[in-house]
Structures are given as C-alpha cells and as structure tokens.
Ligand binder design. Structure first.
Ligand SMILES: C[S@@+](CC[C@H](N)C(=O)[O-])C[C@H]1O[C@@H](n2cnc3c(N)ncnc32)[C@H](O)[C@@H]1O
Ligand code: SF4
Length: 450
C-alpha cells in the first residue's frame, strides 16, 4: 500500500459521503412533490429530526465551504428567521399534526449570531409547531467570536443540550492566511461560559490541510484543543474547492500543504488526540470514552447524515432553511439555495423543496454499504442479506470482486464480511467510492480524499 500512488490516482478526489447518492446527483426537479408526499405520509408514532440552517455569518473565513453569506447588518437575519418560522408552520400543516422531535440541530453559517429575542422567538415556534420534550436533543454550532451574555441567555431559552464550537487552528499565521482571528483565551472563556449555562456536551471542530499549517502549529493547536477537554472533537481535512467557493481563491495555492504533507498531518493530529484517551470514531471524529457517540460506534449504531457522523437513528430528517437537505429514508430533497428566493417561497406558505432524488433499490443497497463502511469500516454479508433479501446477492459478489481487484491493497473480503484493512482506514472514502455507481460519469469535481 503506497499512500503517494493512491492519492495521486484518479481516486485521490472523492465525495465525503454524507449521503448516497451525493447532492450533485439530486436530479429530480420535482423535489416539492417528493417532500410533500413524504411529510403527509409520516407514520403517527414516528419521531423525526430537524435541521435548521442559518446561512449568515458576521465574518467571512476564506477557507469556508458552508452555504453562508457575510453580513454586518442584523435586519436580514431577523427577516430570515421569520421565514424559517413560517416554514415550520407549513411543515406542521402538511403533516396535519405536530411532529415529535428526537433531535434538533441548528447549523450554518453561524446560528450563534442570533440575538437573544430571536432565540426566544425560535424556541416558542419550535415548541408551538413541533412536540419537544425532555428527551429532545437540541444542538447548535457556535462561532466563539459571536458569543456574548445575551447569546448565552438565548441558548438557555432555546433549551440547548449540545454545542459545537469552531476552532480550526489557533496559530496566528494560519489564522491570518484564512482570515479567522480567534484567540485561545477567547475560545476557552466561551467554553467555560457554555459549561456554566449547563451545556455539558461540547464538540470542537479543528482542521488540517490549512494554509501555512506546519507540524508544529498543528500539534500546538491540538494540544490547546485537548486542554479544553471537549467531549468530542471533529478533525476535518480542509476541502479546497475554489471552483465552487470563490472566496477560497483568497487562499494562496503556494501556502497549502501538499497531498503527502496533508496525509501526514492528518495522521499526526489523529494519533495525538487518540493518545490523549479519545476513541476514534469513523474517519474524522473522536469522543471521550463513555460519550454516546463512542458507545454508538462500538455497538454499530453510528450513522452518517449531512452534518457528518451522528447517533441520530431517526428515519426522517427534515431540513428547513435555504439550501438544507432533507432525508426521507427512500428519498433526499434539497431546499432552494438563494436566500431571497427561499424567503419569498416560504412566506407564500409553500415548502421550499426544490430538487431531489428518489432512491432506487440499487441506490438503497449501495447507500447502506457506503454508510456502514464510513461508520464501521466493514459490512457483513449476512446483515446485507437480512436487510435486502435475495437482492443483496449481486452486491456480495461485487464486494468480493472489489477486494480481488483492489490494486491498492486497501480491503479484504472473507466468507462473510467485506472490510477495510486497519492500516488503510485513512482511505475509507476511496474504498466507499468503489461502490459508488455515479462516480465514473466524471462530471463532478470533488475535494481531496484525505
Ligand atoms: C458552520 S461552521 C461552524 C460554526 C461557525 N460558523 C464557526 O465557524 O465557528 C462548520 C464547520 O465546518 C468546517 N468547515 C468549514 N469550511 C470547511 C472546508 N472548506 N473544509 C473543511 N471543513 C470546513 C469548519 O471546521 C467549521 O467549524
Ligand atoms: S467557518 Fe463558520 S464563521 Fe467562518 S464563514 Fe464559515 S460558517 Fe461563517
């Protein structure tokens, strides 16, 4: 197994597999009909998850790959929130009842830039249009530079149980190269304040592959992150996709680490986090032993959704807000992306679903295989047959063929199991891509596999 050859190959750039088929293949233009029919026919006793997207930030980090817009004015955010609340009411009307929520995730952008009255507005709308109880997990993504006393009061009013704090890198040189100033002290104080409000479950996002990142700077960032003792750490590889995100062209190509340097940085950071006692979860997450994500991973109950890894076992995830994606088990649907068009649509009392894809049986079997590989690095042939019956047989044969033809030495197939080799786990996205039937049409460009 030669990392350099693998990463230089055509498989060196592949999807992140937060869904299968991946978003560029949502080609059904009538997403609205799909969304409406799925919401109308949700079984009475089924709890769902909700994703709420806030596509605004009061700063623009040059590395950012999220659907967000820089704004120094608050009025557009307030107006957008009105639209989001209206969309909640439309979902309730479409379902014909208040749907029970198992999980709510508020992401962005930076939902932490909401002002206290808007957190309260959101909280009452959520509880008016949906059933929220003591077991509902409510999580929020936080940019520490936004957090004031008012934000903390807002988070408490919303009933937030988990927070995810963006760090990326603490060294000044890297922060300058990505336009994201943020001191360790500022981050530490926000984490302390979040804990003091009763939010005890905290995640920190860190990145490797950033411009001007050196081994020394990365190790120092990881050590500072570890000193904050978060329950979970997400260590993402910077996805440099300037053909999709214009502002990433502000990052100088010559400042970016090379492919092999990225590969070594990823391993160095991951080993350091694991050596501090964290469990490795999937390809880029870490959790303290005893954290629900670590337990779920050990018990084969880890899943993948549009936010990455999750313990959320709900079949249905409804995404509200501009660009959000919903997952209905047998279909995915994406909402309108431009914020103004989204607001106009939902304020007219309509769902904002735009394009989607209904999963064929082939899609569903491949989606299952890819999700298990991304979460467990393996899948069992018995489990596949138990889930899909005889239809699973050709895919078991295909898995054996994939292992037999794997010129990189990344995977093995035994009589009952297909598995990624322990030493090849860094290449999990590449192995998952061997089962991706859409990849070879070559029309979409992806970020680096590691
Ligand atoms: C919505 S942001 C988190 C909340 C807040 N906006 C912040 O930046 O602190 C989600 C996370 O996505 C990750 N991210 C953003 N752009 C990325 C990119 N181009 N490649 C990899 N990860 C990225 C960052 O780690 C970031 O913390
Ligand atoms: S990284 Fe976070 S704060 Fe920065 S632009 Fe992206 S979403 Fe906004």
């Amino acid at each position: 197994m030669d990392a350099e050859t693998i990463l230089a190959s055509q498989r060196g750039s592949v999807p992140r597999y937060t869904s299968y088929p991946t978003a560029p293949h949502f080609t059904d233009q009538d997403g609205l009909t799909i969304a409406r029919s799925r919401i109308e026919s949700l079984p009475d006793d089924e709890a769902i998850s909700l994703y709420l997207h806030v596509p605004f930030c009061d700063r623009l980090c040059w590395f950012c790959g999220c659907h967000t817009k820089h704004t120094l004015k608050y009025a557009p955010v307030e107006a957008y929130l009105g639209a989001l609340i209206k969309e909640m009411a439309t979902v309730r009307a479409t379902a014909g009842r208040r749907l029970r929520l198992a999980q709510v995730h508020l992401g962005g952008g930076s939902p932490s830039m909401l002002r206290q009255p808007d957190f309260i507005r959101l909280s009452s709308a959520l509880r008016r249009e949906f059933e929220v109880d003591d077991d509902t997990e409510i999580s929020v993504e936080i940019d520490p530079s936004d957090v004031t006393e008012e934000t903390l009061e807002g988070l408490v009013a919303l009933g937030v149980t988990r927070a995810s704090v963006g760090v990326q890198d603490f060294s000044e040189a890297v922060q300058e190269a990505i336009n994201r100033p943020q001191t360790f002290e500022q981050t530490r104080d926000v984490i302390t304040a979040l804990r003091a409000t009763g939010i005890h479950s905290l995640n920190i996002d860190a990145l490797y592959g950033l411009p001007l990142q050196t081994e020394e700077r990365l190790v120092s960032t990881i050590d500072q992150v570890l000193s904050l003792a978060p329950d979970r750490i997400a260590l993402f590889g910077y996805a440099h996709v300037p053909w999709l995100k214009k502002h990433q062209t502000l990052i100088r190509d010559e400042d970016l680490p090379g492919t092999m340097e990225r590969f070594h940085h990823a391993a160095l950071a991951a080993d350091r986090i694991a050596a501090a006692g964290y469990d490795r979860i999937g390809i880029d997450h870490f959790a303290k032993p005893g954290d629900t994500m670590g337990i779920a991973a050990r018990e084969g109950r880890l899943f993948r959704n549009f936010q990455g890894y999750t313990t959320d076992a709900c079949r249905t995830l409804i995404g509200l807000g501009a660009s959000s994606i919903s997952s209905y088990g047998d279909a995915y649907v994406q909402n309108i992306v431009p914020t103004s068009q989204y607001e106009k649509t939902v304020l007219d009392g309509r769902l904002s679903a735009m394009r989607g894809v209904k999963l064929t049986l082939d899609d569903r079997i491949r989606a299952y295989i890819i999700e298990r590989l991304m979460c467990d690095f393996a899948f069992s042939f018995d489990a596949l047959e138990e889930k899909f019956g005889y239809a699973a047989r050709p895919y078991i044969a295909e898995a054996r063929l994939v292992a037999a033809n794997d010129r990189f030495g990344l995977c093995d197939a035994s009589s009952n199991r297909f598995a990624i080799r322990d030493e090849a786990r860094a290449f999990t996205r590449i192995v998952a891509s061997f089962f991706d039937a859409y990849l070879d049409n070559g029309t979409v460009r992806y970020s680096k596999a590691v």
